[in-house]
Design a protein around this ligand. Structure first.
Ligand SMILES: [Zn+2]
Length: 739
């Protein structure tokens, strides 16, 4: 640069010595103009072991400092393009030098720097100004603390210390409880501030269990822990744990600690808990029972409004409310007074415009989050909570206009509170001629939940239907709503509405309403072959695990035929449980459809069920002196005839639609059993069965003969994808000879 400097140009006669600079630092920016990250490469002055100067470079990248090979400077700092070795595609590099730092070599050699350190000699040591030194010390201290805090020895120490508590003085707490309280507080703080923030939060559960175990023998310790958990100052910590902690098991443990300690305190110290008869009344709002129960419910309710921030935590959160509600009537009253029941109704029906619900604005944030989300939260435990509450609510009696009336009208005979007018409106809201609350219940649970036990939406439906026993029109309306829902779903996704229908059938006292559900499930089953071929044509192939539909249909009929816990428990005219009679007489409506369903396992299960329902019973169970046995055999005969006819129809249709040959196996097996049954009726040796014969029976055997021929000519479909471990389509099913 020397020839161009102002000095040189103004005094051309003087030959100035050229200044030399060397690169000592590169500041790199990686990213785009809008966003990115800065880091540096810095030349370190240092001497090697022989005391000679050796040049080293280091990369300073946030808290990471690593050695850097200066030969890489051009590669790392110059920008340009890089080429992906696999795809051979070329991209502009995101990283390039943003600023370069040079040191003037010539003048610095002539004038050593004032602090005596030279970049080329020894290590740099810059005295920090006092505020900076303090800051550095503080940061180093924090780093050490953090290191120790999260060290596993700390967890071990906290656990053993807490565990030792019950061995002090042979487990007897000190009079002033000072030591106990300090240790318990230390454990709880450790859980919130450390254990819950470690990946996986594995220490949370054992530690909280330890806290519970240690305190369960002492009411004062129990009270201390509970008050700590719900104290206004700590309340945010409980919200943090229940809503903010990303680990489900940690959230569950925290919720379990609260509910189990509440249950403990309720037993050992009802006064502190707030339910002793002096301070608590089930019917008076003014007497709210100051105590842990009231404070806990109040504290928990106050964080309902934050639930929109984390939709995945709902199950643990509402399971805690359900646990509290299950403790007893004082809890039900306290929860009602805090409006949590209303909150839950509001959250289930958040998008129903027909529900001008409750007018409450306190859950706006959560409702807005629900409207926006593509992945709704799980409502299973919220449903469980509604169930626990509705056990003590008279849903269809005279509703109360306000909370005072609701409490005052507590019925000491039934132990139930009336619902409020607007709460009932939510449950009874209609949309397009259906009771939308029931549809909402199903939307709000995951498809895969249908076989869970207990299935809370089902339990809730049973409870509501049994509450409505005095109102046949309402029960009928619930039935038609559920039947319409069943028909609305695609058959492969009908598991939830069918489970809801099953729950309804168990609780419903009217045979006609049960029949409506029965027809809807049969209808859904009959759609399956069409639906499967539709899916096959559009997707080319179907994997069996996608098709749970068949199983849930079959499950419905199996459950219904054997259900014992049914409201409609009377016998029909022939002395047979009406559900069983219905499943047998209508067998042809549902069985053939599922028999040509695209799941080997489901088809197999249909055969096993039919064996139990009809074929195996014959003729051992038959007793001509027993009316029920006669009626049942009559029913089975009729079922067999219809089954024979419909199996043939369905098999013909399935074949015409191009269903593969192995699907015929189970249809044919069932027809074979039917033929055996009819042959038995016709045979001359068994005269006692002649009474069941009908004129057309012989012709049914002709159907079987024709079907055998047709099935024998069912074309192979080698291209069918069955997945692994299933019978190969190439293996043609061989007919069983009737003789
Ligand atoms: Zn104690």
């Amino acid at each position: 640069m020397t020839p161009y400097t102002l000095e040189q140009l103004s005094k051309t006669e003087v030959q100035q010595e050229a200044d030399m600079f060397e690169l000592v630092g590169v500041l790199v920016h990686s990213g785009t103009a809008e966003t990115g990250h800065y880091y540096s490469y810095i030349r370190l002055p240092c001497e090697n072991s022989q005391g000679e100067n050796s040049i080293k470079w280091a990369e300073f990248n946030d808290t990471e400092v690593t050695e850097f090979d200066p030969n890489q400077i051009a590669e790392q700092c110059f920008g340009g393009v890089w080429e992906d070795s696999e795809s051979r595609l070329r991209y502009p590099k995101p990283n390039s030098a943003y600023m370069l730092f040079y040191r003037r070599v010539t003048s610095s050699d002539a004038q050593p720097s004032t602090d005596g350190a030279s970049l080329t000699k020894g290590t740099v040591s810059i005295p920090a100004t006092p505020p900076l030194a303090a800051k550095i010390q503080e940061e180093n201290h924090a780093l050490t603390r953090r290191y120790c805090l999260y060290h596993h020895v700390h967890a071990h120490f906290t656990k053993s210390f807490t565990g030792m508590l019950k061995h002090f003085d042979s487990g007897v707490c000190s009079t002033d409880h000072q030591t106990e309280k300090e240790i318990l507080q230390m454990s709880l703080q450790y859980v919130v501030f450390v254990a819950a923030r470690v990946k996986g939060a594995a220490d949370v559960e054992p530690l909280l269990q330890l806290v519970h175990k240690t305190t369960s023998v002492c009411s004062e310790c129990t009270l201390f822990v509970l008050q700590w958990l719900i104290n206004v100052d700590q309340a945010n910590l409980t919200s943090d744990m229940l809503i903010g902690c990303p680990v489900p098991r940690a959230r569950q443990s925290w919720a379990a600690l609260i509910s189990s300690m509440m249950s403990d305190l309720r037993r050992v110290d009802p006064e502190s808990y707030g339910i002793d008869s002096m301070t608590f009344s089930l019917t008076d709002r003014a007497v709210r029972g100051d105590g842990v129960l009231y404070d806990a419910v109040n504290m928990l309710q106050s964080s309902v409004k934050y639930l929109g921030r984390s939709l995945r935590v709902w199950d643990e959160y509402f399971d805690l409310f359900a646990a509290i509600a299950s403790l007893g009537l004082p809890e039900i009253k306290t929860l009602l007074c805090n409006g949590i029941f209303r909150d839950c109704l509001e959250l289930i029906c958040f998008d129903n415009v027909n529900v001008s619900l409750l007018g409450s604005s306190r859950n706006q944030e959560t409702r807005a989050a629900l409207r926006k989300t593509k992945r709704p939260p799980s409502y299973i435990m919220l449903t469980k909570f509604l169930f626990q509450m509705m056990l003590h609510l008279d849903l269809f009696g005279q509703p109360a206009r306000n909370m005072h009336e609701q409490l005052a009208n507590f019925d000491t005979q039934t132990n139930k509170y009336p619902v409020l007018v607007d709460e009932r409106q939510v449950i009874m809201a209609r949309f397009n001629g259906r009771l939308s609350f029931f549809g909402k219940l199903l939307e709000a649970v995951s498809q895969s939940d249908w076989s869970a036990q207990p299935w809370w939406p089902g339990e809730l439906i049973k409870l509501i239907v049994s509450n409505a026993f005095a109102d046949p029109a309402l029960i009928h309306e619930i039935g038609t709503t559920l039947a319409a829902d069943i028909k609305d779903y695609y058959p492969d996704a009908a598991g939830l509405p069918i489970q809801a229908g099953l729950a309804f059938c168990k609780a419903c006292p009217a045979v006609g309403d049960i029949d409506a559900i029965f027809k809807a499930v049969s209808y859904s089953a009959q759609q399956m072959p069409d639906y499967v071929s539709l899916r096959r044509n559009s997707m080319g192939t179907i994997r069996e695990p996608d098709y749970l539909g068949g199983e849930c249909h079959l499950d419905f009929f199996q459950e219904l035929s054997t259900a014992r816990d049914v409201a409609c428990s009377g016998m029909d005219d022939n002395g047979i449980p009406p559900h069983l009679a219905s499943v047998i007489i209508n067998v042809a409506r549902w069985a053939p459809a599922i028999l040509v369903f695209d799941s080997y396992a489901t088809r197999q299960k249909v055969c096993l069920f039919l064996d139990k329902l009809i074929f195996d019973e014959y003729p051992h169970e038959f007793d001509e002196n027993d009316d029920i046995s006669v009626s049942l055999t009559q029913l089975r005969c009729e079922g067999v005839r219809r089954l024979m006819r419909n199996c043939n129809i369905v098999a013909t249709q399935a074949q015409a639609k191009g269903c593969p040959n192995p699907w015929a196996e189970h249809v044919q097996k069932v027809m074979h059993e039917c033929a055996k049954w009819i042959n038995k009726l016709l045979s001359e040796e068994s005269e006692e069965y002649a009474v069941f014969m009908e004129p057309g029976d012989e012709a049914l055997l002709d159907i079987y003969d024709r079907a055998k021929y047709a099935i024998g000519h069912w074309r192979d479909e080698d291209s069918w994808d069955y997945g692994e471990g299933k019978p190969t389509p190439a293996k043609r099913y061989t007919l069983v000879d009737l003789s």
